[in-house]
Design a protein around this ligand. Structure first.
Ligand code: SIN
Length: 282
């Protein structure tokens, strides 16, 4: 693709690219910002290496180019920055945040457009993040399966993660979450979503937040959802991000799943996330 101001190197076949030549710690000109936006649409997850010392203000200023900020309904934010989540795993913590395949905030009526994650402190080994392209997963389905899925809606809820038994609501030393109320809202989103900017179709269900197919029981939905969950994370649709301290990744929650690996026991990992609001999926 023709980028004027940045260099773009692919990370894997289905999605992911590294971006060089943009410094988020300084003001960014319009041409560079347009290139970054285009690379984000082309590659679905981009990583800007070497942004060491990026301030919360600069991280927010970058994210603000793409939309308004999401305030997480359950997780306590960074002190003085309600728009920033501090994703921290201390050496003594067992659980990590985001340690399962999901798309951020799909349990909202208007789920997140994207997330901007800055690596402040990374373990010496492990702590990578996996991504899976849901447009690639959709495109690989048979015409018969695509036609069957087309009219269906998935029911999304935060109950499994943030309800009484949810993993994300359990206490860690490093991060504090509030438990969701007993009546957690549910929202129906199309199983196949059309990306509002690229027009590409992609699957839009995920194991963390999609609890059933609308109009069916959980038991009836399970075989189909389990098939989609397994299909969507096939290796050929994924890329793997090995973090260096200072890196900034920006992924598109409208067409990408991600998974923070929990494979660094006894080490510390500290990230800062700004989540950008999106629109109602169609
Ligand atoms: C998340 O946003 O789900 C966490 C991602 C990560 O820590 O790699």
């Amino acid at each position: 693709m023709g980028y004027k101001s940045i260099e773009v190197r692919k990370l894997a076949g289905a999605l992911g690219a590294e971006i060089f030549g943009a410094d988020l710690r300084a003001d960014i000109d319009n041409e560079t910002m347009d290139d970054i936006h285009q690379a984000f649409l082309d590659h679905q997850v981009i990583v800007l290496r070497g942004q060491t010392g990026l301030s919360p203000e600069r991280q927010k200023a970058f994210a603000r180019h793409f939309g308004s900020f999401n305030i997480h309904p359950y997780v306590k934010p960074m002190e003085g920055h309600p728009e920033i989540l501090e994703i921290i795993k201390e050496p003594e913590d067992k659980l990590n945040f985001g340690g399962g395949w999901h798309s951020d905030m799909s349990f909202l009526e208007e789920p997140a457009l994207g997330s901007v994650l800055h690596a402040v402190d990374v373990p010496e080994w492990g702590g990578d993040t996996l991504f899976a392209s849901q447009t690639a997963a959709y495109e690989a389905l048979s015409d018969g399966m695509k036609a069957m899925l087309e009219p269906l809606k998935g029911v999304h809820s935060a109950a499994r993660e943030y309800g009484a038994k949810g993993l994300s609501a359990q206490s860690r030393k490093s991060m504090q979450s509030e438990r969701a109320a007993d009546e957690v809202p549910e929202y129906d989103h199309p199983v196949i979503r059309t990306h509002p900017e690229t027009g590409r179709k992609g699957l839009y269900v995920n194991p963390a937040f999609t609890v059933r197919i609308a109009g069916m029981t959980s038991r009836e939905s399970k075989p189909l959802l389990n098939f989609l969950f397994e299909h969507s994370r096939e290796e050929r649709f994924t890329c793997r991000l090995r973090w260096n301290a200072g890196d900034v990744a920006f992924w598109d929650n409208r067409c990408v799943w991600h998974y923070a690996l929990n494979d660094y026991p006894g080490q510390r990992r500290h990230m800062r996330r700004v989540t950008i609001n999106g629109d109602r999926p169609h």
